[in-house]
Structure formats: C-alpha cells, structure tokens
Design a protein. Structure first.
Length: 378
C-alpha cells in the first residue's frame, strides 16, 4: 500500500557534485552575539540533527539538497545509540501529488504531539546511492544539545534553537514506529494543485533559511505553528488559519497545539473527508504501546452517526443547568449555547482522533531496514 568523537556540524555526507549551480538567492547569515553563537555551536554537535543545504536548482525546478535524513542504522539494543543516515535528495515541487499534516501524538495524547508536513510525489525522490522514497517530511523542531531533551515548559524560554529537519517518510516511520514506539497520523489536505506546489516551494524556502539566533517556543514558534504559518503563505485571505487572538494578540491554542490539528483543519475546510491514516508502532519492539491496545468505549461511540448531536445536546443540558443555578433564565440561555458549542468541539475532536484507519509500519520502512528485517533470525 502506498499512501498517497570529533566536533563537526553534521555527520559526514557524500562529496558534493562538482561546481553546483548556486541558489538563485542567498539568505544572509544572521549576525548574533558570541553567547548565541556558542549556543548554536553546542547544538550543532547533535549528530541526529542536520539542517538541509541547497546544492543547486536544475533548469526544470528540481532542488538538489543535502543534509536529509534517510533513516537509522539500528546499531545495538540501545535505541538512543542508533546512527542517523544523512544523504542528499532531489525534489521537484511541480511533481507534488498530495500534502498531509502529520501528527505524532505523545502524552497527553488528547492534545499533545509533534506536527509536520508530509509531501507525497508522483515520482520517487532519489539520492546518489539510488535509494528512493515517494514522500518527504518537513519538520520544524527544537534544536537541542547532545544528550538534552525537549520539554513543553522549557520550550517557553530560550533554551532550544530552531531547525527544519528534512527527511524521507521512511525515516520518520522508522524513528516513530521502532525508535520511539509511537504512531504517525496523517491528515490529507484539501488543496488545489497550484496550492500544493506553492506549499512545497514555501516549505523548502523556509527550511533552507539560516535560523541562527531563532529560538523554538512552545506557544509562538512551534512545530505545528510553523506549518500553519507556511499554509497561510499560500492560502487566500479568507481561508487563512487565525494564529492570534483579536484581544491582546495572544497565540490561539487551536493553531499551536498539534493534537488538535485534525479538528482545526476540518473547521477551516482544509482537511479532506477521508479518514486520517494512523501508522502504528512496531509491535516487535513495542508490544505494549498504547496505540496497539484495543480502543475504549468512548472511541467506539465517537464513530456513531448520532455522536455529534449527542455531545452538543449533552453540553447544552449541562450549560442550562449550570447557568440557571448561577443567573436564572438568562444564565441558562447563555450557558446552554456556550456549552453546546464546547460539547460539539470536544465531540468532533474525539471523532477525528479515534477515526483513523490503522496500518502497520513495515511497508513504509527504508529499504536497508526491510532487507535487515527479512533476514532469518540468527
């Protein structure tokens, strides 16, 4: 099934082709203080992250990039020691077939997760070694120092840099399904062909910027927020996702929290009507993963045709009761309307997060891993 010991900045890559064509425009290198430069120097020692670099753009518009992750070498039982495989890739934005927003849930799964763009092409993306993948992932992430972990609270302060990590979809599935033991949920976007191509070009443009001195922020400069910002660059004004409140200009949680991505995209008519696709954790390494357990009662009920009306009526009833106890008839009316809306939002969110078509990860793995898994046990 193909749905649509020495210090260095990055792991060693294959040699560049001779005399690459320079990019049409060159982003200036940001001027930063010595303290910031020292921070970024430490982050660049993280051998699992490597910002993409443009080698050239061919006359037909094909980008040739390096610093793209093509999976991991599974060296030993300690998954934290697996070695990232960084190589080049060739991408033609005009060949885009589908665009997805991918969500990688983590506790608390109801709202938390990591958001990214998944780009599917009509023709396989290739590298110099002949490896192929039909999909590429564009992921804005918190750039951590070696041995450091991201945290939601610490992400509100200037603790992490910003990095766009490009990788194949096979890389991402291996990382999530085998290394982390978590799912990837794909929401297909309802875009025109012109918008899809523009989104690929925008994503690559943003990924190739030198972001030295730019900090990750859980609320204002985060993984899902970056995808919303990129989408807004290619959408007409009437379809843009509102990122800030009209009062005090605060970040809207609906455009910040990855776990609600499906609901937000649906409310803005940007998600197609087909079910999301959930690629499950690898049961061989993570037999007790939460995503592999049987769904609960609420998950099953959320897929019933009457679910939406029931959650709105339940919310309205609770609002009438609460409002009447506080402010009589006016309170009952206001409370009923308000909590009917809240009940509908919660109900729709549960319907979406529990309505995925689940598939096993094996078919999406990198070729080198497939060959390894096919070998008989020693």
């Amino acid at each position: 099934m193909r749905i649509s010991a020495h210090r260095q900045s990055c792991p060693p890559l294959l040699a560049k082709p001779p005399k690459p064509t320079p990019p049409p425009t060159q982003e200036p290198v940001p001027e930063v203080s010595p303290e910031v430069a020292q921070q970024w120097s430490k982050m660049k020692e993280n051998r699992n992250v490597c910002p993409a670099r443009l080698l050239n753009i061919a006359p037909d518009g094909t980008y040739h990039l390096e610093g793209v992750r093509w999976g991991f070498e599974e060296t030993g039982a300690d998954r934290s020691q697996w070695v990232s495989r960084f190589k080049d890739i060739q991408v033609n934005p005009a060949d885009i077939k589908e665009v997805y927003i991918g969500v990688e849930p983590f506790p608390p799964e109801f709202v938390a997760g990591h958001g990214q763009a998944v780009l599917e092409f009509n023709k396989p993306l290739t590298n110099r070694d002949g490896e192929q993948d039909y999909r590429m992932v564009v992921s804005l992430e918190a750039w951590t120092k070696p041995g450091e972990s991201y945290g939601l609270g610490r992400g509100l302060k200037k603790n992490f840099g910003v990095v766009y990590q490009l990788g194949t979809f096979a890389d991402r599935v291996q990382r999530q399904a085998r290394k982390e033991g978590r799912s990837i949920v794909l929401h297909r976007l309802n875009l025109t062909q012109e918008q899809k191509q523009a989104f690929v070009e925008t994503s690559l443009k943003e990924a190739l910027k030198d972001r030295t001195g730019e900090y990750y922020n859980t609320a204002t400069n985060s993984c899902f927020g970056a995808q919303v910002a990129n989408l807004n660059q290619i959408l007409p004004e009437k379809d843009k996702i509102h990122r800030w409140t009209g009062w005090l200009n605060l970040p809207r949680m609906s455009a910040t929290i990855p776990g609600t991505a499906g609901l937000v995209l649906e409310r803005y008519h940007l998600r197609t009507t087909d079910n999301p696709v959930e690629i499950l954790p690898d049961a061989r390494l993570h037999p007790n993963a939460k995503a592999l357990k049987a769904p609960g009662i609420v998950a099953g009920l959320s897929q019933k045709g009457w679910w939406g009306a029931a959650t709105r009526l339940t919310g309205a009833a609770a609002g009438v009761s609460l409002g009447a106890s506080l402010a009589g008839t006016p309170g009952a009316i206001i409370g009923g309307v308000a909590l009917s809306y809240v009940g509908g939002v919660i109900g729709d969110h549960l319907r979406i997060v529990n309505g995925s078509d689940q598939v096993k990860p094996d078919e999406f793995y990198p070729e080198h891993l497939k060959a390894q898994l096919e070998k008989p046990p020693q």
